[in-house]
Design a protein around this ligand. Sequence first.
Ligand code: ADP
Ligand code: MG
Length: 329
Amino acid sequence: MTSRPKSGEFDLIARFFEPLSRAAPGAFALGNDGALLTPPEGASLVVTKDLMVAGVHYPEGEDPAILARRLLRVNLSDLAAMGAVARSYALGLALPADFDDAWVEAFAAGLARDQEAFGVALIGGDTVATAGPTVLSLTAFGTVAGDACLTRAGGRAGDDIYVSGTVGDATLGLRAVQGGLAALSPEDRGALAARFRLPEPRLALGAALVDIASCAIDVSDGLVADLGHLCAESGVAARIGVDAVPLSDAARRTLDGGEVEIADVVTGGDDYELLFCTPPSAREALDTLGHRLGLALTRIGAVEPGRGVTVVGADGQPLALGRTGYQHF
Ligand code: ADP
Ligand code: MG
C-alpha cells in the first residue's frame, strides 16, 4: 500500500484555508469559534447556501479546483439574483476518510483564484469525515443598502420578461461532460462543457437591477421551471416565445444537429443567468445596461394575469414540454 501525504483536520484548516481568510479581519484567521460580520452602515445581510454532492451534482473525479470555483459561483449567483454585493463565505466539507492533501490543495487553489476575482473572503466553516460521498457546502454572505434587494415576488401583468446571456448551454454541456452529444465538434463540446463547469455569476447585473426590476431569479433548475417560481411568488402568469430565447452558436448548432430538442434547452438547468421582469418603460435603460456590462439582455416574453408558464412555439401554439426543470425528489 502506498501512503499518501495526509493532514489532520486542524492542519488542513491552517495550511489550506487560513490563507483564504486573510482579507477578512472578522475571520480571526479561522482561530475562533465564529466570525464577526460588520455590514456597512445601514446595510442588510443577504445569506444563501448551496450544497454539491459527488455523483449528484458533479461526476466523481472532477477537477477539485473547478469544483471549488463552481461551488462559490453558484452561491454568488444567488446573491446576484438578490441584487447583493458579495462579501464573504463559509465552507462546509465532508470528505471521505481516504482523501489526499493534493485534492484539498487544488480545491483551495480554486477558491483562492475565484475569491480574488469576485472580491470575497473565507470567514469560517467546518471540516468532517464521511463514509458517504464527498459533500461540499458553501454559505455566502452579501449586502444590500437598507432592505433594497431583488425578490421573486413583485412581477406584474404587463411587465416584460428578460433573460441575460444565453440559455441551455449548461444543460448541453452537462450532456457533453457525461459523454453524450456525439456529433459535437471539439470546440462546441469544450465551450458548452465550460458553461456547465464554470458558470458566471451575474453580480454586476443583479446589483444594477435593484432599481429597475420588479422581480428576479437565477436560472438554476431550468428556464421554464425558474420562470414558474417567479410567477408563483409574484402571483402572475408568463408567456414566452421559444424563438426569442437567446441561444449561443454552439447550442444552435447542437439543436440543428438533431440530438436535442428546444424543449431540452428551455427545461435544462445550470445556466446561472438572471431571469427578471421589468415594466416596459425600462427598455431603454436595459439597452444601456446591457451595453455597459457587455452582456446580452434579451426580452423573451411578458407577464400576464393568471397562473402558470406558457411557452409558445414558432407557429404561435403552446409547446408541450413534458417537464419544466430539475427536481431532486
Ligand atoms: P468548532 O469545533 O468550535 O466548531 P472547528 O474546530 O470545527 O471549531 O473549526 C475551527 C475553526 O476553523 C473555526 O473558526 C471554523 O470556522 C474554521 N473552519 C473549519 N473548517 C473550515 C473550512 N472548511 N473552511 C473554513 N474554515 C473552517
Ligand atoms: Mg466544527
